[in-house]
Design a protein around this ligand. Structure first.
Ligand code: PLP
Length: 421
């Protein structure tokens, strides 16, 4: 913390000559970074604040409203009681890193050196920005599928890279898959492409990338010497027999993939802020340096609890996925009968919907009506696209909620009947 009086002393010395002509504080735009000018505050987090303000059911932000597993809460309590209160090793507590390596081997057959190839961060959010800061130079390009998890755009900008978007196209029939055009993807790869960010299972579409799609991306990464940064935070939340395949498990990709994951979604602890990046040693070294200066380390006792979480038996993951399948199948008929067209997710815990049946100009005015009048918070589709017009007929619902919460949302959504065209 900078001492306030020191700060004001320093400022008055720097600006003393101009003091009489300085514009009012609010207009001092030159104090701000150009980078920050290029993005806005998170719409998802903003919708959560709106939900609280209007007493709305929050189906906007992707956090569970039900308890985390007892075993891991006990492990967290024990870690605090054992006075694990000081900094963990910067790149992560040994127990957690070894548990991550064991899990990657068990689930994906990937061999990882826990001493050299894993960096534990404050959530996968920090793992992603640390990775991009570690690998990108100004002028590099990063390929991103859109609609995209909204952090990826600002993350690229903060790291000096230029995002290049490739469209995921919604299916005509809501039961089919979102797809991308191979030619469009190929056109996005250039000599200046540094990385592609891939999120599978995908937020917001629920798409689970198939092996053939991953192989196509792999071939382009090899052809253009590009790094794959894969956000696999929903790896265990899968439906209808969908299988998650880690990019790093594909032949030729182990030395050019950064795999990002975390505790938040798999163990229903989004507030614990523990995530990680798994990468080859040279890239891990760079990520560790950035991470060290950004945050020093993730919460030490919660890393120990994380090691206990990763040791949960296979049945835990089967139950987790089944619980979310039940919630998905509970919410989708409600949305369909309220007038939404739903795109059936194969993974993650969101339903992307089409809102053309309602008489609203765009997604933002619709979402505002929903939160303020109907009492249900959603995320306007435009926040997942570079060009807001592409998401102007969509909103996203999160179903990581208790049955009672989904039932209350269903009750309120009846009010929407008045607005149907
Ligand atoms: N990645 C994706 C695709 C997400 O949807 C989210 C949260 O909604 C995150 C990352 C954030 O994860 P964490 O809590 O580990 O920072």
């Amino acid at each position: 913390m900078v001492d306030a009086s020191l700060k004001s002393r320093k400022r008055s010395r720097t600006f003393s000559r101009k003091a009489s002509v300085s514009p009012p504080t609010s207009s001092r735009k030159h104090f701000l970074s150009d980078k920050v000018e290029h993005f806005t505050e998170s719409v998802i987090r903003e919708m959560t604040r709106q939900a609280m303000l209007h007493g709305a059911v929050n189906l906007a932000q992707g956090f569970p409203d039900f308890p985390a597993p007892l075993e891991i809460k006990q492990a967290a309590r024990q870690a605090v009681a054992a006075d694990l209160n000081q900094y963990a090793i910067t790149w992560g507590a040994k127990n957690l890193r070894h548990a991550i390596a064991r899990q990657m081997h068990a689930w994906q057959g990937i061999t990882v050196d826990p001493e050299k190839e894993i960096t534990v961060c404050c959530g996968s959010t920090e793992a992603m920005i640390s990775t991009l800061l570690a690998v990108c130079n100004t002028g590099d390009e990063v390929v991103i599928f859109e609609p995209f998890y909204e952090n990826y755009g600002p993350d690229s900008i903060l790291s000096g890279a230029r995002p290049r978007f490739v469209k995921l196209r919604p299916p005509k029939n809501s039961d089919e898959e979102w797809t991308f055009d191979e030619k469009e993807l190929r056109r996005a790869f250039h000599p200046q492409t540094k990385a592609i960010i891939l999120n599978t299972p995908n937020n917001p579409t629920g798409k689970v990338f198939a092996r053939a799609e991953l192989e196509l991306i792999r071939d382009l990464c090899l052809e253009y010497d590009v790094l794959a940064i894969t956000d696999e935070i929903y790896e265990h939340i899968l439906y209808d027999g969908a299988k998650h395949i880690s990019m790093a498990s594909l032949e030729g990709m182990s030395d050019r993939t950064v795999t990002i994951n975390g505790l938040s979604k798999t163990y229903s602890v989004t507030g614990w802020r523990v995530g990680w990046a798994v990468a080859p040693e040279n890239i891990s070294n760079a990520i560790r340096k950035v991470h060290d200066f950004l945050t020093v380390g993730a919460p030490a006792p919660l890393q120990e609890a994380g090691a206990a979480a990763l040791a949960l038996p296979a049945e835990y993951y089967a139950k987790l996925a089944e619980g979310y399948r039940v919630r998905r199948d509970h919410l989708m008929p409600v949305l369909n009968s309220a007038g939404f067209k739903c795109f059936r997710p194969r993974g993650a815990y969101y339903v992307m919907t089409e809102i053309s049946a309602f008489g609203f100009d765009d997604d933002v005015s619709f979402a505002r009506h929903l939160v303020q009048t109907v009492g249900v918070a959603t995320v306007p589709g435009s926040s997942f696209y570079r060009d807001p017009r592409d998401g102007a007929r969509q909103v996203r619902f999160a179903f990581c909620k208790k049955t009672e919460t989904l039932d209350e949302a269903a009750r309120r959504l009846h009010k929407l009947a008045d607005t149907r065209k």
